[in-house]
Design a protein around this ligand. Structure first.
Ligand SMILES: *[C@@H]1O[C@H](CO)[C@@H](O)[C@H](O)[C@H]1NC(C)=O
Ligand SMILES: *[C@@H]1O[C@H](CO)[C@@H](O)[C@H](O)[C@H]1NC(C)=O
Ligand SMILES: *[C@@H]1O[C@H](CO)[C@@H](O)[C@H](O)[C@H]1NC(C)=O
Ligand SMILES: *[C@@H]1O[C@H](CO)[C@@H](O)[C@H](O)[C@H]1NC(C)=O
Ligand SMILES: *[C@@H]1O[C@H](CO)[C@@H](O)[C@H](O)[C@H]1NC(C)=O
Ligand SMILES: *[C@@H]1O[C@H](CO)[C@@H](O)[C@H](O)[C@H]1NC(C)=O
Length: 201
């Protein structure tokens, strides 16, 4: 399911040749000159700047797919400056995956309470970014879709907890912040799938 336009992106790493890593931990943060790669090299996660944008994001894309298509964005609400080379994505002593800007302000965090200082973030071949602590998954990106539904992801609403999972379009082809279109299901039983343009079904 694809809600936004085909994207032409500028990846810092395409031009500089980045170092690939297989996990992120408190001792080994991810910097803009590195990418996190899934075990069979299917997905790649790293810092990117959409073509024509002055904002930098942490996102995930298919490693060997041209032109690149970003399938998930961490900080779609809080962009980094595109010149910020000292940003870092790291796992804190409390097990949370956090994105810091170059001035060490937290711009995005997983906000979970079940991790510890041994938590590790890994990118699976399914395109799921997971934070694991002693073999338990304490956070996963599949629970927080952006605008793309990958196999294994769900859009759903939990009537007990009120937790909602939607797909929300990018604002436009260069701005991943939430746009006008949402795909989700309603809370009635049985629930119905909808696409909304703003509030209008
Ligand atoms: C970025 O946009 C400019 C202006 O629209 C265009 O000339 C250039 O080819 C684009 N670059 C990529 C990588 O798509
Ligand atoms: C990558 O960037 C980090 C932070 O700016 C820096 O410490 C490190 O030396 C860089 N590594 C390479 C290989 O350029
Ligand atoms: C983090 O989670 C707590 C409870 O789980 C919630 O109250 C708080 O608003 C969340 N903070 C952010 C920044 O999402
Ligand atoms: C992690 O926390 C434990 C218990 O608080 C402590 O003993 C250990 O030294 C910490 N490890 C690191 C790498 O900080
Ligand atoms: C996308 O939206 C941003 C504002 O959110 C605007 O500055 C930019 O020009 C737009 N780009 C395109 C290609 O429409
Ligand atoms: C999104 O909604 C705003 C406000 O209704 C409108 O101005 C804008 O053109 C819409 N954008 C798209 C891509 O439909």
């Amino acid at each position: 399911m694809r809600l936004s336009y085909f994207l032409y992106l500028f990846f810092i790493c395409r031009s500089l040749g980045c170092l690939a890593v297989s996990s992120i931990s408190s001792l080994e943060p991810l910097f803009p000159n590195q990418t996190l790669i899934s075990p069979s090299q299917i997905f790649e996660l790293g810092f990117f700047t959409p073509n024509g944008s002055v904002s930098q994001y942490v996102g995930m894309w298919y490693k060997n797919f041209t032109p690149s298509r970003v399938v998930w964005v961490a900080n779609r609400h809080q962009p980094l400056d595109y010149k910020d080379q000292f940003a870092s994505l790291t796992v804190g002593g409390d097990g949370n995956l956090r994105l810091f800007d170059g001035a060490r302000n937290v711009v995005w965090s997983t906000n979970v309470s079940r991790g510890s200082n041994s938590s590790v973030a890994m990118l699976l071949d399914t395109g799921n970014l997971v934070v694991e602590d002693s073999g338990n998954t304490v956070w996963e990106s599949f629970r927080f879709p952006t605008d793309i539904l990958l196999p294994g992801m769900k859009i759903e609403i939990n009537v007990k907890t009120g937790e909602k999972r939607y797909l929300i379009s990018w604002k436009n082809s260069t701005d991943p912040s939430p746009g006008n279109f949402t795909v989700g299901v309603t809370s009635e039983i049985p629930s119905q799938p909808f696409t909304w343009n703003g509030l209008a079904p």
